[in-house]
Design a protein. Structure first.
Lengths: 114, 112
């Protein structure tokens, strides 16, 4: 079953605008990770935020985490056409064997129009 | 450069054939994962290795699937008697000491 859900499912913006994507999850976590995936390609790791962190920045990316609401957001500022991709949040699940496998939502498909 | 390479990048096979995929972490990582991703979905966990030991398998991993990591470095995923429902992207990932998981470029399997 999927732990995380991204919202919206699709987002279309003009180049230069900011894009905000949200993620909700169900159980307690020790970290949350965001990934980008260009069509037909592998996943690119963007950022990991730990459960004791509220906000983290990386370049034009800003990630927030609210553990009380079990939600996270990814903000991309000053978007570029090259940011067009699907974005996924992922949370680790410890099923007992120590795997901390990641569970993903269906992603947000971002289109940045030049 | 994700630190993980996968081969082949694409595989087209006929139903009933066996296929094998390979994952090569560039540097030593003792924790390795396989995931499967179908169109429009996020990746789903298949199996987990710590060094050469396969410690966890998903219910998605039917008995037609087998994975190995013989020396705790590279890993292989074999699918026997492929079915059209096996068509997907197969992704390998490693987990760092900081708990980040980095993915390879994936192998896209098409079963005709």
């Amino acid at each position: 079953s999927q732990q995380g859900e991204e919202d919206p499912q699709a987002l279309s913006i003009q180049e230069g605008e900011n894009a905000t994507m949200n993620c909700s999850y169900k159980t307690s976590i020790n970290n949350l990770q965001w990934y980008r995936q260009n069509s037909g390609r592998g996943l690119v790791h963007l950022i990991l935020i730990r459960s004791n962190e509220r906000e983290k920045h990386s370049g034009r990316l800003r990630v927030t985490l609210d553990t009380s609401k079990k939600s996270s957001s990814l903000l991309i500022t000053a978007s570029r056409a090259a940011d067009t991709a699907s974005y996924f949040c992922a949370t680790p699940v410890n099923s007992g064997a120590g795997s901390y496998q990641l569970t993903f939502g269906k992603g947000t498909k971002l289109s940045v129009i030049p | 450069d994700t630190g993980v390479s996968q081969n082949p990048r694409h595989k087209i096979t006929k139903r009933g054939q066996n296929v094998t995929f390979r994952c090569d972490p560039i540097s030593e990582h003792n924790r390795l994962y396989w995931y499967r991703q179908t169109l429009g979905q996020g990746p789903e966990f298949l199996t987990y290795f710590q060094n050469e030991a396969q410690l966890e398998k998903s219910r998605l991993l039917s008995d037609r699937f087998s994975a190995e990591r013989p020396k705790g470095s590279f890993s292989t995923l074999e699918i026997q008697r492929t079915e059209q429902g096996d068509s997907a992207m197969y992704l390998c990932a490693i987990r760092t000491a900081y708990n980040e998981q980095f993915f390879g470029p994936g192998t896209r399997l098409t079963v005709l």
